[in-house]
Design a protein around this ligand. Structure first.
Ligand code: SAH
Length: 373
């Protein structure tokens, strides 16, 4: 039987191509799985059963689809899989966080960090392999930009960690797209993943618990604003002036701070929502009292909070975190200006969990002779 007969290739061409190449059904949405079932001569509702099995019941073996007829199950088993990214290495921090190095289909590596808190677990997800944006302080930047992840590879990070940590479907999760990559340069796949992740009939994570973090690709922020079911937005501010930001984040030359703040002021926040501005504190670069006062000026009147992130350092880059008193002083100036500011203590410092550090090590180790690693 021709495999993809009946599939609406115009709408689903890209996904179906990737299913054809890899056989992996992970990442297909409901409409695509319905079309897929029809291409096998099955009724459309079989697609819904597949969707429910893959994302809600988290079945990985077609034998587990006892609600499908045996003949369909057998053709699925011979030609398809439900494959999660493969755990290559995992590192446990004494603070409870775990970073995973995953191998994705083409042999590339990505990383995901899981951070358990009192009554929920936050997963920091990657959206791209490497990153092309070249932020000076960022370890992922050292890898360069390789490719976008597919929706299936993003959802797969969540399902693979949930499986590794035996997290039930009812476990409360926060998802933040703050791992490797720039999610707004992969917006269609990120939104596709978010819709499946936030679907109560899919993976079932609360939409309000999903955050996308960006360097500030302003046209993409405007596009996100038009999405009815959109995740929360975090913006990596990281500097207090155009000049300083361009030096730390070259993308600021293309999408300057002034334009970013204009788009933020126009962003249609939902009643319960506020914007998050992330500010990585780099000793002697952006951490002075004058910086804090300028940040307060920039954000005046915005419904926003600031997350201050003491820098997670590593031997590859010269930046350091300021002493904690400086972090507190910076926070105090913001709160004095009525800007809510929180200190985000870096988790997993002992396991080098900052964005990109793990994959960099992976690269370095794979460049060494086997006996040395
Ligand atoms: N490209 C997106 C998401 C990935 S970076 C973005 O820039 O928002 C996620 C956050 O981690 C950003 O705020 C970034 O400034 C911060 N970050 C990157 N490297 C870091 C490090 N070594 N220590 C602390 N924060 C870091």
């Amino acid at each position: 039987m021709p495999l993809y007969r009946g599939v609406n290739m115009e709408r689903n061409g890209h996904e179906m191509d990737s299913v054809k190449q890899s056989g992996n059904l992970l990442g297909l949405n409901l409409a695509e799985l319905e079309d897929f079932a029809v291409s096998y001569g099955q009724p459309r509702y079989r697609g819904r059963q597949l969707y429910h099995g893959i994302y809600a019941r988290r079945v990985r073996d077609f034998g587990g689809f006892t609600d499908l007829n045996r003949e369909f199950r057998e053709s699925l088993s011979s030609l398809h899989q439900i494959t999660y990214p493969e755990v290559q290495r995992e590192f446990r921090s004494h603070d409870g966080s775990v970073r995973y190095l995953f191998r994705v289909g083409d042999g590339n590596s990505i990383e995901t960090v899981s951070m358990p808190e009192e009554n929920r677990t936050t997963l920091c997800l990657s959206s791209q392999v490497g990153c092309a944006l070249d932020c000076r302080f960022c370890f992922t930047a050292l890898l360069g930009g390789k490719r976008n992840l597919t929706a299936g590879e993003m959802i797969g990070q969540v399902l693979a960690v949930a499986a590794a940590e035996s997290l039930a479907r009812t476990a409360r999760l926060n998802l933040v797209f703050m791992g490797m990559g720039e999610p707004l340069l992969n917006l269609p796949q990120v939104l596709k993943a978010v819709k499946i992740l936030a679907d109560s009939k899919g993976v079932g994570v609360a939409l309000r618990r999903i955050t996308v973090s960006t360097v500030g690709i302003t046209p993409r922020i405007e596009e996100l604003a038009r999405e009815p079911r959109r995740p929360k937005l975090a913006l990596s501010l990281n500097a207090s002036s155009e000049e300083q930001r361009s030096a730390l984040m070259p993308i600021n030359k293309k999408y300057p701070l002034a334009e970013l703040l204009r788009v933020c002021r126009a962003y249609p926040l939902r009643p319960w929502e506020r914007l998050t501005f992330e500010y990585v504190l780099l000793e002697g670069c952006n951490d002075s009292d004058a910086d804090a006062r300028r940040v307060a000026d920039l954000l005046r009147g915005l419904r926003a909070k600031v997350n201050l992130i003491p820098y997670n350092s590593g031997p590859e880059l010269p930046y350091r975190s300021p002493p904690f008193e400086r972090v507190l002083a910076f926070q105090q100036i913001l709160t004095d200006h009525r800007i809510p500011a929180f200190i985000r203590l870096s988790r997993g410092q002992d396991i080098r969990a900052a964005c990109g550090q793990l994959s960099l090590e992976g690269l370095r180790q794979s460049a060494l002779p086997a006996s040395a690693s």
